[in-house]
Write a protein that binds this ligand. Structure first.
Ligand code: ZN
Length: 176
């Protein structure tokens, strides 16, 4: 028995006294040191190793969760700050449809925003050299006369006016 070496060497006297008193023997439980055997020690060692590994894993998960929450907190803080900023200045920037007016007489390009009624002036600038040249090219194309009727203006990049072109197409269709 493992306890034998810890037991004081008075058991024999006590047992003798017990026998002499002729008292009913009684068994109770006491909290006492019980030394570990090698199997128990090995099992505890394994438990410790498992615990250390699990602890490291849990700490890593905690770090990950912390980082995720920090990211979410930062995002919400950003939303709050942006709302506060917009509330403070009273507007936000957005893409708004604008009407472009090219005035070739005044050689200006004017923008009017279409989300207001009446449409408000946004900006006005002088026409660029390119824009003026494009207009001149367009006018020249418009000025070309139909080669068929010789009266109506030919379509841009075409020899015929739209009406004559339609007639021509119809004639070609009949021939087929
Ligand atoms: Zn024509």
């Amino acid at each position: 028995m493992p306890q034998e070496k810890n037991q004081p060497n008075v058991a024999a006297d006590d047992f003798a006294a017990l026998a002499a008193a002729q008292v009913e023997p009684e068994i109770i439980r006491e909290m006492l040191k019980v030394y570990l055997n090698p199997e128990q020690k090995e099992m505890l060692g394994q438990n410790m190793a498992r615990g250390i590994s699990l602890l490291a894993d849990l700490k890593a998960q905690l770090d990950t969760a912390k980082a995720q929450f920090k990211g979410r907190i930062t995002a919400v803080e950003g939303e709050i700050a942006e709302s506060a900023r917009m509330l403070n200045i009273g507007y936000q920037m957005a893409n708004v449809e604008c009407r472009v007016i090219r005035n070739f007489e005044h050689k200006t390009v004017t923008l009017y925003r279409m989300d207001t009624d009446p449409e408000e002036l946004v900006s006005e600038r002088p026409m660029t050299r390119d824009e003026l040249q494009r207009k001149l090219d367009f006018d020249a194309a418009q000025a070309a006369i139909c080669t068929r009727c010789g009266e109506r203006p030919a379509r841009s990049g075409d020899d015929l006016c739209p009406q004559c072109d339609e007639e021509y197409q119809a004639e070609m269709a009949k021939k087929d």
